[in-house]
Design a protein around this ligand. Structure first.
Ligand code: ATP
Ligand code: MG
Length: 210
């Protein structure tokens, strides 16, 4: 039976918090690989201008290059319509239709808390196990996911990972302020950000953390 992790995200930019969550899931859940899926047109984040998908794809590619168990999918980027996790999971299932495969959708607890706003979210547990990594500021005991139905909660697997207080929002703000990025994200991603001049004009007031 194939066991495949799927790590969805805006990755604007990708950082060590994402990579650590994926690596911990890979090892602890004995997955064969983790597929990173950068969002295309991110309807959940339309309040701020998200960096073009191709740039986010490149950064995700660079960040995962040195890990043979990590790959990046263009599935959501190449889709015309806004990205919905449920569609992505359905399509992946279709790709592997001739194989016995179990999918593990890896997400931070913060993202999971708002899962009831995702399109057809109640169908998601039929398609995968949901792996919820803890994140600084969001502990399981406090956020009991009471807003989610039992059908969903029963498919959530908690993954305790070393806490990294890193977010893409913080990184964007640091670039705009000309501050240090070292040790927050892979060096090639940092170089790419400078080379392409990303996040220089980020306006902190318009940028609400999700
Ligand atoms: P932003 O600040 O723009 O929201 P982000 O750092 O939250 O960016 P996302 O692309 O929104 O990154 O997150 C993708 C997934 O990775 C989400 O499921 C999120 O919970 C998870 N994640 C992000 N950062 C961490 C972290 N430091 N530790 C664990 N999980 C994380
Ligand atoms: Mg986020």
């Amino acid at each position: 039976m194939l066991r495949i992790g799927i790590m969805g995200g805006t990755f604007d930019p990708i950082h060590f918090g994402h990579l650590l969550a994926a690596q911990e899931a890979l090892v602890r859940l004995s997955l064969q690989q983790v597929i990173f899926v950068p969002t295309g047109n991110s309807y959940q984040k339309s309040y701020r201008s998200v960096t073009p998908a191709e740039e986010r794809y490149m950064m995700t590619f660079l960040a995962t290059l040195d890990n043979p168990k990590f790959s990046v999918s263009r599935l959501e980027i190449d889709r015309e319509d806004p990205s919905h996790t449920v569609d992505t999971l359905r399509e992946m299932r279709y790709w592997y239709a001739d194989q016995a495969v179990e999918f593990f959708f890896i997400t931070g607890i913060d993202a999971l808390m708002s899962m009831d706003t995702w399109t057809e979210y109640e169908k998601i547990p039929e398609l995968c196990t949901i792996v919820a990594a803890n994140r600084p500021g969001y502990d399981y005991e406090h956020y009991r996911l009471d807003n989610l139905p039992e059908k969903v909660r029963s498919r959530v697997l908690r993954l305790e990972i070393p806490l990294l207080s890193i977010s893409s929002t913080e990184i964007r703000h640091r670039v705009a302020a000309g501050e240090n990025l070292r040790y927050l994200l892979p060096h090639p991603v940092e170089q790419y950000i400078y080379k392409r001049g990303l996040y220089k004009d980020e306006d902190p007031r318009r940028d609400v953390v999700l």
